[in-house]
Design a protein around this ligand. Structure first.
Ligand code: CP
Ligand code: NVA
Length: 308
């Protein structure tokens, strides 16, 4: 526990595979305890400030309900209401919040703003999604994969779609010993530096991370198929161009036929049916998207319990 206290959760790059496995173990324990009706006071008297400059259903509810279930309290701070929205510097907000609360979760566009917040805050800062990364989602995803596949090591995860925040964070499943393949159009590849970093970390722990242009070839023998929206929050104006570019980057029946017969299908949600995934696959027997969504709660409780 000591090892986690006071740390930030900004990217999976910062955590070793053993630390990630420990977070998953705590998440699993908290999940079982919740199902068994055990209540907690781990974070009694503590407050989490949650800054949102983008929409959210899962992330907000997971952190807010999770905080309550751990005995603490969460504050929802929309940029429409707090002074950040009127131009108060992040570094001032960081120091003010540090004197009043015990942790900050932030969802915003610029990843740099999260780094800046963490630099000036002396309490843990949790990245609830930036344009660059979505690490809390991936912790919940790893928990979901463990539950359905009983391991991480040696599994092939194929992500089909935009080389976006989801792709960037999922690539760090490579260091859990997984084989991660990102299939995206050439013009929408993941960031080369992140790929290199994920590959280096994966290599150290027996995993593999690669990029391919051909989605069906990428899906071959996959144990996990993953996708995300073609146009992320903030890219609404590019939606029409992206719609064309991503036409063949969809999880459908044909994709499923290429993967292992017992492959699971994942999506961080919200999903656009008929775009990156068909209704049939999303609602089909191999889809675990609602287990995945539920696991945001348990995984985020583990993050807060350990850091705060
Ligand atoms: N997957 C995810 O982060 O969902 P929300 O945008 O609803 O938080
Ligand atoms: N890539 C998506 C993920 C939403 C959870 C976005 O950033 O909008």
């Amino acid at each position: 526990k000591e090892h986690f206290t006071g740390r930030d959760f900004i990217c999976l790059q910062d955590f070793t595979p053993d630390e990630i496995l420990h977070m998953l173990k705590v998440a699993k324990e908290l999940k079982e305890e919740k199902k068994g009706g055990t209540s907690h006071s781990i974070l009694q008297g503590k407050t989490l400030a949650m800054i949102f400059t983008k929409s959210s259903t899962r992330t907000r509810v997971a952190f807010e309900a999770g905080m309550l279930q751990l005995g603490g309290h969460a504050l929802f701070l929309s940029n429409r209401d707090i002074q950040i929205g009127r131009g108060e510097p992040i570094k001032d907000t960081a120091r003010v919040l540090s004197r009043m609360v015990d942790g900050i979760m932030i969802r915003t566009h610029s990843h740099q703003d999260i780094i800046e917040l963490a630099k000036y805050a002396d309490i843990p800062v949790i990245n609830g999604l930036s344009d660059f990364l979505h690490p809390t989602q991936v912790l919940a995803d790893l928990l979901t994969i463990q539950e359905h596949k009983h391991r991480l090591e040696g599994l092939k995860l194929t992500y089909i779609g935009d080389g976006n925040n989801m792709a960037h964070s999922l690539m760090f499943a490579g260091k859990m010993g997984m084989h991660v393949v990102i299939a995206s159009p050439a013009g929408y590849k993941p960031d080369a530096q992140v790929v290199a970093q994920a590959q280096a970390q994966a290599k150290q722990y027996g995993g593999l991370v690669e990029w391919m242009e051909e989605p069906l070839a990428a899906a071959e023998e996959a144990d996990v198929l993953y996708t995300d929206v073609w146009a992320s929050m903030g890219q609404e104006e590019e939606a029409a161009i992206r719609m064309k570019a991503f036409q063949s980057y969809r999880i459908d029946r044909e994709t499923m036929e290429r993967a292992q017969s017992n492959a699971i299908v994942m999506h961080c949600l919200p999903a656009h049916r008929g775009e990156e995934i068909t209704e049939e696959v999303l609602e089909g027997p191999q889809s675990v998207v609602f287990d995945e969504a539920e696991n945001r709660l348990h995984a985020h409780k583990a993050i807060m319990a350990l850091l705060m």
